[in-house]
Every structure is written in C-alpha cells, then in structure tokens.
Design a protein around this ligand. Structure first.
Ligand code: GDP
Ligand code: MG
Length: 175
C-alpha cells in the first residue's frame, strides 16, 4: 500500500463559500450561518484511490481577510494544487479571482518550477440572481491558465466531489 500526501489550498474572497466547501467535502455537512474563518482552517481527508494507493488530502482554507499580505506566502508553501473560488452572485469576487491567482503564482510554484494547478470554482449556482456570465468565466479560465472551471453549489451538493476528483487526477499525473 502506498500513500501520498497532497496539500490543497482553497482561496478567494470572504463569503464565497470556501469553509462550507471544505465542510461539505470532508464531513458532508452544510450550515447556513456564517462563521468567519480567522487565520487558516485545516481539514484532512483520506481517500482510498485504488487497491494499493491511499491519498491523504490536506485542505487549507485560508481566511479572506488575509489576502495579498505577506502571510499568504507562508500558507502557499509546498502546495500541490489550488482552488480559487468566487460567488456567481457577487461580481467583485469574480474580478478578484485574477488577484488571487497572481498572488499565488508570484509566491509559489511546484518543485519543478511550474505553476500550481488551479481549478476555478463558480459557487452558489443554486441562486437565481447571477452576476457573472458563463462566457466570461470561460475566458478567465483560458486567459489565466486555470486547469478548468465549473459551477458548484455547496448548499445543494453540486459538483463538489467531482471537482475534487478532477483536481486529484491532476495532482496524480504530476506526482
Ligand atoms: P468563506 O468566507 O469563503 O469561508 O464562506 P463560507 O463558507 O463561510 O460561506 C459564506 C456564506 O455563504 C454562508 O452563509 C454559507 O452558508 C453560504 N454559502 C456557501 N456556499 C453556498 C452555496 O453554494 N449556495 C448558497 N446559496 N449559499 C452558500
Ligand atoms: Mg471561511
């Protein structure tokens, strides 16, 4: 049995759903009340990937108020993959995706010097008051070198498991 440890970052503006995403993925739970993350939250999930392969995922849920400060460099260190999340109903959180991606890429790379694979998640797709068009997300994804994007709803448990699976596959091919 071999085991590999991956560090995955979840970054993005406050209230987009980062903490909820981790709770959903790790505990399959969801809370409506908002509890602000201070500093960083960790979560660990062990996945039986195949008969002889376990994956230990360490999820780093970084508080939004820490953004673009010198602290992020410490959080980003030795990351294997990243999720940049925004809220489909809050346009500013989409605009700030570029800043998050640049913050990461200027402070952290993989051991071979390449950029950390980043998945773009458009969360809260259960809500009807959308503020961002699909075409714009597609463009953002291409222009800023994300490995992919998808809409998610942590609330309705849409595309959470699938997104993580996609990211794990990315990490396994680079591993
Ligand atoms: P964070 O600041 O990025 O960690 O955001 P949180 O995970 O704390 O979520 C902020 C608020 O958005 C909370 O009230 C959540 O219940 C809510 N939320 C998170 N994901 C979704 C979603 O997919 N749909 C809806 N409607 N609300 C969500
Ligand atoms: Mg949080």
């Amino acid at each position: 049995m071999s085991e590999v440890l991956f560090k995955v970052l979840i970054i993005g503006d406050p209230t987009v759903g980062k903490t909820s995403f981790v709770q959903r993925y790790v505990n399959n739970s969801y809370r409506r009340d908002y509890k602000m993350t201070i500093g960083v939250d960790f979560a660990l999930k062990v996945i039986k990937w195949s008969d002889n392969q376990n994956i230990k995922l360490q999820l780093w849920d970084i508080a939004g108020q820490e953004r673009f400060t010198s602290m992020t460099r410490v959080y980003y260190k030795d990351a294997h993959a990243c999720i940049v999340m925004f809220d489909l109903t809050q346009r500013t959180t989409f605009q700030n995706v570029v800043k998050w991606k640049k913050d990461l890429d200027t402070k952290c790379t993989l051991k071979d010097g390449s950029f950390v694979p980043c998945l773009l998640l458009a969360n809260k797709c259960d809500l009807s008051n959308r503020d961002v068009e699909q075409g714009e997300i597609e463009e953002m994804c291409k222009e800023h070198d994300f490995v992919g994007w998808t809409e998610t709803s942590v609330k309705e448990n849409l595309m959470i498991e699938e997104s993580m699976r996609f990211l794990i596959e990315e990490m396994m091919t680079k591993h």
